[in-house]
Design a protein around this ligand. Structure first.
Ligand SMILES: [Zn+2]
Length: 232
C-alpha cells in the first residue's frame, strides 16, 4: 500500500511538482516548503544566541518583557517576505507550523523558554480570519509547541470586536480601542505563569504590546515574545 502511494505521489509530482517557496526550484522528496539550499541560507536573527539581544529594546519602557525572540529577518524582497506571503495570503498555513517547529527546536536546544508554561498566539481580527480561514500565528504556535512541549491555547487571549462607528468616535476613544483590542478570558489559567506570546511579524510591537499589557494584568504573570520574523 505504502509503495502504491509512493508511486502515485511520484507520478503526481511529475505533473504538479512541489516547489520551494523561496527560489521556485522543484523540491526533493525529503524536502518540505523550502529546498535545502534555501533552508541553509535563511536569514536567521540568532537573537536567542546573543548575550545582548537587540530585540529586547523593542518593548523597553513600554512593557515588561522577559525575552524577545524572532527567528528570521524580514527585508523587502527577501525570502522571508515570500514565506510570509505564502503564510498569510496563499493559504499555506503548514509553512507556519513547519518554521515554528524549526525555531522551537533551536530555542529548546539553547535552553531558552525552559520555564515557560504556555504559548498564546495573537488572535487575528475576526474579519481577517474569516477571509483567510485560519490564524497564521496559531499555526506558528502549533509548531513551537510541538518542538518545545510547551502547550498552546487559543481560548485565553481573545480579540475584542469594535464597530466602525466606535473607532471613528474620537482620538481618546481610538486609543481606548487600541488598548483594549485584546482581552484575557479565564485569567485564572494564567496566574503565576510564564506566558509566551506568539505572532508572525514583530514590527513596532504596538499590537503585541497591547496583548502583553492585558496578560500582565493577571497576577504573577511573566511574558516573553516569540515571532517568526522581525522587520527590526
Ligand atoms: Zn529554494
Amino acid at each position: 500500500m505504502k509503495k502504491k502511494f509512493q508511486l502515485l505521489s511520484n507520478l503526481l509530482s511529475v505533473f504538479y511538482p512541489r516547489l520551494c517557496i523561496s527560489c521556485g526550484d522543484a523540491l526533493q522528496e525529503n524536502e518540505e516548503h523550502l529546498c535545502l539550499h534555501c533552508q541553509l541560507h535563511l536569514p536567521e536573527t540568532n537573537a536567542h544566541l546573543s548575550a545582548e539581544n537587540p530585540l529586547e529594546q523593542i518593548f523597553r519602557g513600554r512593557a515588561q518583557v522577559q525575552d524577545t525572540f524572532a527567528f528570521l529577518s524580514y527585508r523587502k524582497g527577501n525570502c522571508v517576505q515570500k514565506i510570509l506571503h505564502q503564510l498569510k495570503y496563499k493559504g499555506n498555513k503548514e509553512v507556519g507550523a513547519y518554521l515554528g517547529e524549526m525555531y522551537g527546536r533551536k530555542l529548546a536546544q539553547s535552553g531558552k523558554l525552559a520555564d515557560a508554561d504556555c504559548i498564546l498566539p495573537i488572535p487575528l481580527h475576526p474579519k481577517k480570519k474569516k477571509v483567510r480561514g485560519y490564524n497564521q500565528s496559531e499555526w506558528i504556535a502549533r509548531g513551537l509547541s510541538e518542538a518545545t512541549g510547551i502547550p498552546y491555547a487559543t481560548d485565553i487571549l481573545v480579540r475584542n470586536t469594535f464597530t466602525e462607528t466606535q473607532t471613528k468616535k474620537s482620538r481618546f476613544n481610538r486609543w481606548q480601542n487600541v488598548k483594549d483590542v485584546f482581552a484575557v478570558v479565564q485569567p485564572d489559567r494564567l496566574v503565576g505563569k510564564h506566558v509566551v506570546v506568539c505572532d508572525d511579524v514583530l514590527t513596532t510591537g504596538a499590537t503585541t504590546e497591547a496583548a502583553i499589557q492585558k496578560i500582565l494584568e493577571v497576577e504573577g504573570t511573566r511574558v516573553s515574545v516569540v515571532t517568526l520574523a522581525t522587520a527590526q
